[in-house]
Design a protein around this ligand. Structure first.
Ligand code: SF4
Length: 538
C-alpha cells in the first residue's frame, strides 16, 4: 500500500493548472526584465520578526543572513513593480515599536513572515496595526501559518493566510488587491485562507508546489536593510537548489514537502550573481536533504565546485557514501550537518528517521575521509528515548567532539509529534504552546516537554554533555554582530568558545511570561549581553 505522508494532504497538491503556468511564466519573465518600480502600485512591507533562538559560536551569521523565503517573496514583488520594503526587526532593541512605526510610515499592504518562534510578536503586532489602521490589509505566509492557519484566522485579525509556497499566490493576491477586486477574486485564488467583508473565514483549494524551481528569480538581496549598513551585506548567504524532502520524520515540519529542484544551469547562474554582485564567500545550503539522490547531488556539486565558495549543508547519514563525500570535499564543503537526532533504535524507529547507528558511523567516517567536517545535529527527548540511549549518544559525542546542535524536542505545529501531543493532552492549549515556542533559545536551560518521564537531571545532564561536545562553526570571523545581541555560556577552558558558546537574540521581556508551561524553572545561567555587561537571567 502506498505510504501516506503525515503532513496535511493539501501540501501535496501540484501547481500545474493554467493560472499556475501563467503566473510561473510571468514570474520568470519579470525575473529577466523586472518592471520599473511604480509609485502607482501599493507599497508592500514585509516584516521579519524577532527570534530568541541562539546559534553556536561560528554560526551566528545564519541569524542575521537574509532569509531565503522572504528574499524570494520580496524579489518577486519587486520584479512586478511593487515598491517593497523589508522591515527586519530580528535584533532590534524594540522590535514591536520599531516594526509598528515603520509600517505606519511606509506601507499600504502588510506582509508578515511567520516562523515557529515569533507568534507572540505577531499577535501583538497585528493587534496594534489593526488598531492604528483598521483597513490596512494584512497577509501572512511562511511555515507557522501554513501549519496552523486556523489559529491565526481565529485568534488574530489577519486578512489572508498564504499556505505553503508563496511566490505565485502573492502575485495573484496583490494583483487582485491592486485592481480593487479582493471581494470577488479572493475566493478564486488557490492556496489561501481569507476573511470576507463580514468577517467570515474561508479556505480555498490548495495551490500546491510548482513542478520545478526554474521560474524563481535570483534573490535580490539589496532589498534587505542590511545592504544599507555601512559594513554592507554580510558575505555569508542562505541559498538552496531544492525544496522538499523524501522522508517524513515525526518531529519535522516542511512547508513545501514535495521534492522540487532548480536546474543545475539555474543554480550555476545564481551562484555567479551572488558571487559577483554580493561578493559572497560562504553559503549555507538549506535544502532539506542536500544529498537526497546521489547522481543528482553529484551534478550540483560539480556546479558548486566552479564557484570557489566555502559552504555547509543539511543532510542525512543514509544519503552520504565515500563517493558523495569526496565530491562534497572537492566542491568546498567545510562542514556537513547530519540529522543524527538519536542513536537509540526505538527512538529512531518511532521518529521514522530511516537511520541507524551503523549508518551514522559510516557517513561520519566517509565525511572525515573526504576532508569535510561532520556536524551532528541531535535531539534530547524524542519519544522512546531512554536513559541508556541518551547516555550512549552522549558518550559518542564526547568521544568525537563533533556536535553542532542539540535541542530539546519542542513539538513543532503540524507534525506527528504535535498532533500526538494534542491527542494525549501533553499540549493542552495550542495558543499557549505557540507562545511558549517563542521562549526556546536552544540552550540547556530551555524548558521541554518530558515525553518519556525521564528525570530532569538526565534530560538537562544529557543536553549539557552534548552542548559541551560542540565544535567550532565555519565562520569565526563574522563581522555583522547586531548591536542588540546576547552571548551565552563563556567557556574559558576552550579557546574558541572562551567568550561565549552561543549567541542570539535577547528574549523579549513580554515573552518571558510564557515560560513555565511544561517544566519547572530551568535554573540560572550567566549571560553576557553585548560587550562585557553581565546579567543573570532566570
Ligand atoms: S530527513 Fe530531515 S528534512 Fe527530511 S523529514 Fe526528516 S528531519 Fe525533516
Amino acid at each position: 500500500m502506498a505510504y501516506t505522508p503525515s503532513l496535511d494532504p493539501a501540501l501535496y497538491a501540484v501547481a500545474n493548472g493554467r493560472t499556475d503556468q501563467q503566473l510561473m511564466d510571468l514570474m520568470a519573465q519579470q525575473a529577466l526584465s523586472p518592471i520599473t518600480t511604480s509609485s502607482k502600485l501599493p507599497r508592500v512591507a514585509l516584516v521579519v520578526g524577532p527570534s530568541p533562538f541562539t546559534m553556536p559560536r561560528g554560526w551566528e551569521f545564519f541569524l542575521t543572513s537574509p532569509y531565503e523565503g522572504v528574499s524570494y517573496i520580496a524579489t518577486v514583488l519587486h520584479n512586478a513593480g511593487y515598491p517593497v520594503k523589508i522591515i527586519d526587526v530580528r535584533y532590534d532593541k524594540h522590535p514591536l515599536e520599531s516594526a509598528h512605526r515603520q509600517i505606519l510610515e511606509s506601507c499600504d499592504v502588510l506582509g508578515l513572515a511567520t516562523y515557529e518562534d515569533c507568534y507572540p510578536f505577531l499577535e501583538q503586532l497585528i493587534r496594534e496595526v489593526k488598531h492604528s489602521r483598521p483597513r490596512m490589509p494584512i497577509i501572512a505566509g511562511g511555515s507557522l501559518i501554513t501549519s496552523v492557519p486556523h489559529v491565526f484566522m481565529r485568534e488574530t485579525q489577519i486578512d489572508v493566510a498564504v499556505i505553503s509556497e508563496g511566490e505565485l499566490t502573492i502575485l495573484e493576491v496583490m494583483e487582485a488587491f491592486t485592481q480593487g477586486q479582493w471581494a470577488t477574486r479572493l475566493p478564486e485564488i488557490k492556496g489561501i485562507w481569507f476573511r470576507d467583508g463580514q468577517g467570515v473565514v474561508h479556505q480555498t483549494p490548495a495551490r500546491g508546489q510548482m513542478p520545478n524551481l526554474n521560474s524563481l528569480p535570483v534573490m535580490n538581496l539589496d532589498l534587505w536593510p542590511q545592504s544599507k549598513d555601512p559594513r554592507g551585506l554580510q558575505k555569508q548567504i542562505i541559498a538552496s537548489y531544492s525544496r522538499g524532502c523524501k522522508m517524513d520524520c515525526s518531529f519535522c515540519y516542511r512547508t513545501t514537502p514535495q521534492e522540487r529542484v532548480k536546474s543545475p544551469e539555474k543554480l550555476n547562474a545564481e551562484l555567479a550573481v551572488y558571487k559577483q554582485k554580493y561578493g559572497i564567500d560562504f553559503v549555507f545550503f538549506v535544502d532539506l536533504t542536500f544529498t537526497a539522490h546521489k547522481p543528482q547531488t553529484i551534478e550540483y556539486l560539480e556546479v558548486i565546485k566552479e564557484h570557489d565558495v566555502r559552504w555547509t549543508c543539511l543532510t542525512r547519514n543514509a544519503d552520504v557514501d565515500a563517493e558523495v563525500a569526496k565530491h562534497m570535499g572537492a566542491a568546498g564543503c567545510d562542514i556537513a550537518l547530519y540529522g543524527v537526532e538519536s542513536l537509540g533504535k526505538a527512538a529512531l524507529k518511532s521518529a521514522r528517521k530511516g537511520s541507524t547507528e551503523n549508518l551514522v558511523e559510516k557517513a561520519m567516517r566517509a565525511t572525515w575521509d573526504a576532508g569535510v567536517r561532520y556536524g551532528g545535529l541531535t535531539i534530547v527527548g524524542l519519544p522512546d528515548e531512554n536513559d541508556g540511549s541518551l547516555d550512549h549518544m552522549c558518550d559518542w559525542a564526547e568521544e568525537n567532539k563533533h556536535i553542532t546542535r542539540v535541542k530539546y524536542l519542542s513539538a513543532m505545529p503540524g507534525t506527528t509529534v504535535y498532533r500526538d501531543s494534542l491527542k494525549s493532552g501533553a499540549i493542552k492549549d495550542e495558543v499557549q504552546h505557540l507562545r511558549w515556542l517563542a521562549v526556546e533559545q536552544a540552550l540547556e536551560r530551555d524548558e521541554y516537554i518530558n515525553y518519556n518521564n525521564l528525570s530532569d537531571e538526565k534530560m538537562r545532564g544529557s543536553y549539557k554533555r552534548l552542548y559541551d561536545s560542540y565544535q567550532e562553526g565555519p565562520v569565526m570571523d563574522f563581522q555583522h554582530f547586531p548591536e542588540h545581541f546576547a552571548y551565552y555560556d563563556p567557556e574559558p577552558t576552550t579557546p574558541w568558545r572562551a567568550e561565549f558558546s552561543s549567541a542570539g537574540g535577547v528574549i523579549d521581556p513580554g515573552a518571558v511570561q510564557y515560560r513555565g508551561l511544561y517544566s519547572s524553572s530551568p535554573g540560572v545561567t550567566l549571560t553576557r549581553v553585548n560587550s562585557g555587561e553581565f546579567t543573570v537571567q532566570v
